[in-house]
Design a protein around this ligand. Structure first.
Ligand code: DGJ
Length: 541
């Protein structure tokens, strides 16, 4: 139990910093609650120990959830400045024989994470992993009668389990509920685990739908009433109701119901947030291996891809969110995809994204959209990958900047007070509008008098501005300057900086280091590549 003490003391210290005695009492009461989602004014927060939490995660490689790999995982998480590790739990390891459970891996993950002051998001690699079934136990793989496969139109079975099978559903559900029951026992009071991912990138690779006799029988009947209601359609056959998309929607329907049943059963044991991650639909050829734009080939068929997220949401009330795995660094596509998944019924949660430098600035777009979680994939340094000393420099820089004030940033996101500016090629200035004030963000240095800001060579600059009060702002960024002014006026007309304090949040309390003035404020507040944060108070006259 020793390993949990650090997580607990971190939370309580965080409260104590900001707190009156009454708040402390309330916070301690909240600390008994399991992590949960809350929604207010159309925005979401993940409450952990009673306060909004921003998940700054790194996901480890698929084969790194083993005790032998964990020492390097903890080193990598420290280097990334992550506050959360996303780690897989393998069905094949958890239940090597039917009904015999081995919790060694999951116990070691939780112990190690807590010892390193990290939270955990667990990924259930069960029936599906990347549109296949590669993590199911051998006793499932070898019993194709009891656990039937998806059948292609030509009659060939593939390495995907059919979601129409009640046997498979019962087996996955039993393993998942055993896992959740165990987590409740070891973590029910400690809250190391923030959320559970149910399956991984579910779907079929290799066939649009299951064409087994059972599936064909279902497909030749009428569309079920719950799907009609979810899709706002009138009764009819699958072809009549869904036309050319009937096969894909048939598959999505059965998958969504299957996953919802697993999530519901798991949450009845341990009610923490549950979500799915999605292998999204990329534009054809955006990724070289995705040149055929067909469900089952371009992306796993039946998953909650962009066009199906609304339908999936309606069919999966036991899921708390559906998150897109975002592996394209095309900034427009990234933002558009976030917009698709950020809905009144779905918070923005990015379970996986690229670890390369080009993804660094996209984190700031996600923060500006109110993301609850962000997680570059494959950030542990296994020997099998020739990763350099700092392969994810921008992610590490971002987390070093935002990590020390993760709770404050989560609160400001939830309150709708936070905006970000991100450099794009050719666009070296961005205007951010706040209640009563505007901030001009200019990218790249040097910013010479009378000249436009030069931008940076690879358009990586970012800034974050959050309104703390009517005339008070929290400001930070990388390779950018930020100048406040009144709408339609230059910064020096009728407005002035009253104070600009560089400082840092420590356990919830703002600790000023120094006051900035003169060259450090006359051309805006300037942020280079060192993690620096400023609180500025403005006045008008
Ligand atoms: C997405 C999957 O969800 C991960 O488990 C991993 O396979 C990555 N793709 C690899 O890029």
């Amino acid at each position: 139990m020793r390993f949990f003490a650090q997580i607990r003391s971190r939370s309580i210290l965080a409260f104590a910093g900001a707190a009156l005695p009454l708040c402390t009492l309330l916070s301690v009461a909240h600390a008994a609650e399991a992590p949960r989602l809350v929604q207010k004014d159309g925005r979401y927060a993940l409450l952990v120990d009673g306060r909004p939490y921003l998940v700054l995660a790194g996901q480890i490689h698929n084969s790194s959830g083993w005790p032998s790999e964990l020492p390097q995982v903890w080193q990598s998480m420290t280097a990334l400045h992550a506050n959360t590790v996303e780690a897989p739990v393998y069905w094949e390891q958890l239940e090597p024989q039917p009904g015999h459970f081995d919790f060694t891996n999951v116990d070691r993950i939780l112990e190690g994470a807590a010892a390193h002051n990290l939270h955990v998001v667990l990924l259930w690699f069960g029936t599906w992993k990347n549109g296949n079934m590669h993590y199911v136990p051998d006793w499932v793989k070898t019993d194709t009668k009891r656990f039937p496969r998806v059948i292609r139109p030509d009659g060939e079975p593939i390495d995907v389990l059919s979601p129409l099978s009640q046997n498979t559903l019962a087996a996955d559900k039993a393993a998942f509920t055993a896992l959740m029951r165990h987590l409740k026992q070891i973590d029910g009071e400690r809250h190391t685990v923030l959320a559970m991912q149910v399956e991984n990138e579910s779907g079929n690779v290799g066939s649009v739908r299951d064409n087994s006799p059972e599936a064909n029988r279902e497909f030749s009947g009428a569309v079920p009433a719950d799907l009609l209601a979810a899709a706002h359609k009138k009764p009819g056959s699958w072809g009549e109701v869904f036309g050319a998309e009937a096969d894909e929607i048939f598959q999505a329907y059965h998958q969504a119901k299957y996953i919802n049943a697993i999530a519901a059963a798991g949450k009845s044991e341990f009610a923490i947030p549950c979500y799915i991650n999605v292998w999204i639909h990329y534009p054809a050829a955006e990724l070289p291996q995705r040149q055929i734009d067909t469900p089952g080939i371009g992306y796993p068929s039946g998953g909650a891809v962009q066009k199906l997220v609304g339908l999936w949401r309606a069919l999966t009330p036991s899921l708390d969110m559906i998150g897109p795995d975002l592996y394209s660094d095309d900034s427009r596509f990234y933002r558009d995809t976030m917009q698709v998944y950020l809905r009144a019924d779905n918070p923005l949660w990015i379970p996986e994204t690229g670890r390369e430098e080009s993804f660094g600035k996209l984190f700031f777009y996600a923060l500006g959209q109110g993301a609850l979680a962000f997680s570059p994939f494959g950030v542990d340094q296994t020997d099998r990958e020739g990763l350099g000393a700092a392969p994810w420099k921008w992610h590490a820089n971002n987390y070093a900047l935002i990590g020390p004030m993760d709770r404050e940033i989560a609160e400001l996101e939830f309150a709708g007070k936070l905006k970000t500016a991100v450099e794009e090629p050719g666009q070296t200035e961005v205007e951010l509008n706040f209640d009563g004030w505007q901030a001009t963000v200019a990218f790249g240095f040097p910013q010479n008098d009378g000249r436009h800001a030069p931008g940076t060579k690879d358009a990586h600059a970012v800034a974050l501005v959050a309104q703390l009060g009517p005339d008070k702002f929290l400001v930070t960024g990388t390779d950018a300057s930020v100048s406040f002014h009144l709408a339609g006026k230059q910064p020096w007309i009728r407005s002035q900086i009253l104070s600009a304090e560089q400082g840092a949040y420590e356990n919830g309390e703002w600790k000023p280091l120094r006051r900035l003035n003169g060259d450090e404020t006359d051309r805006g507040l300037c942020f280079y590549q060192k993690p620096e944060v400023v609180q500025v108070s403005m006045g008008n006259f």
